[in-house]
Design a protein around this ligand. Structure first.
Ligand SMILES: Nc1ncnc2c1ncn2[C@@H]1O[C@H](COP(=O)(O)OP(=O)(O)O)[C@@H](O)[C@H]1O
Ligand SMILES: [Mg+2]
Length: 245
């Protein structure tokens, strides 16, 4: 389990990008402490699903110090973490999280990686943690296309899927958002770039003729620019020139 995610990975909710306004509005509801539904974000890799669920947690709990504030982050793709995912782990984490929050939050990234048995245990846990005085909330992500019935049934038990009362598709960005998106990322890193120069670099790395964009490609280009901009100040002082003695 990840206790903390890196602060520099943290994207604030208002900085998250959504291809659909409807999805943005629906997800925004989850920022309210009154919302305790379970949310499943699905869609292609690089559409910002993991970023968005972490942004919700950050907004509601105001911290990246996860365990201390009743937030448990679980990346099912991580084999070591996946091995530990069972009802005992879930119950233990709930006992602990309840000390810190009246609505513990579980972020379960790549939900489809859970085995059938783990999905059954998670389903039972969701029912248990919403019974009596208890309440909890699960925010999960998956790359599985939920509109594809075969893929959906192969990846998930219908019981588990039914526990997610809100399921929303995150779609890729249209390329006309490219410049604004990159400027947003640069701004967050405190780096200024002229629109024209930025567009030139983006043009070299991103296929603007495609219909959609993977945010990760834009992030890679932006990271490169940030590194370049920061290099001069981070350079070690020049070595003294050699002196023959
Ligand atoms: N404004 C933003 N909204 C969403 N993602 C962003 C934003 N800015 C940068 N990113 C980056 O884009 C990538 C999105 O990927 P991720 O959230 O992992 O997508 P998914 O979980 O759908 O595969 C991450 O590296 C994230 O840090
Ligand atoms: Mg993800």
């Amino acid at each position: 389990m990840t206790k903390q995610w890196e602060c520099d990975e943290q994207v604030l909710f208002d900085e998250c990008v959504f291809a659909d306004n409807y999805v943005e509005q629906e997800v925004r509801d989850f920022l309210s402490p009154d919302t305790t539904d379970n949310l499943l974000l699905w869609g292609l890799p690089g559409t910002g699903k993991s970023t968005v669920v972490k942004a919700i947690a950050f907004e509601r709990y105001g911290t990246t110090d996860l365990q201390e504030h009743g937030v448990t982050v679980f990346n099912c793709k991580d084999k070591e973490q996946a091995k530990r995912f069972n009802s005992k782990f879930l119950r233990n984490s709930l006992d602990f999280a309840c000390l810190h929050s009246d609505c513990p939050l579980y972020i379960i990234d790549e939900l489809d990686e859970l085995s059938d048995a783990q999905q059954r245990e998670l389903t039972a846990f969701i029912d248990f943690s919403n019974s009596g005085q208890l309440r909890s909330m699960v925010l999960a992500t998956t790359n599985v296309d939920l509109h594809d019935q075969t893929a959906r049934e192969k990846a998930f038990s219908s019981a588990l899927l039914s526990r997610f009362n809100t399921k929303l598709e995150m779609r890729q960005q249209p390329p006309n958002r490219l410049l604004a998106l990159a400027q947003k990322m640069l701004h967050r890193a405190g780096v200024a770039y002229e629109d024209e120069a930025l567009l030139e670099v983006l043009n070299m790395h991103c296929d603007l003729t495609s219909k959609t964009l993977d945010i990760r490609t834009v992030q890679t280009v932006v990271n490169k620019l940030i590194r370049r901009r920061k290099v001069p100040s981070e350079n070690p002082p020049p070595k003294p020139s050699l002196r023959l003695v």
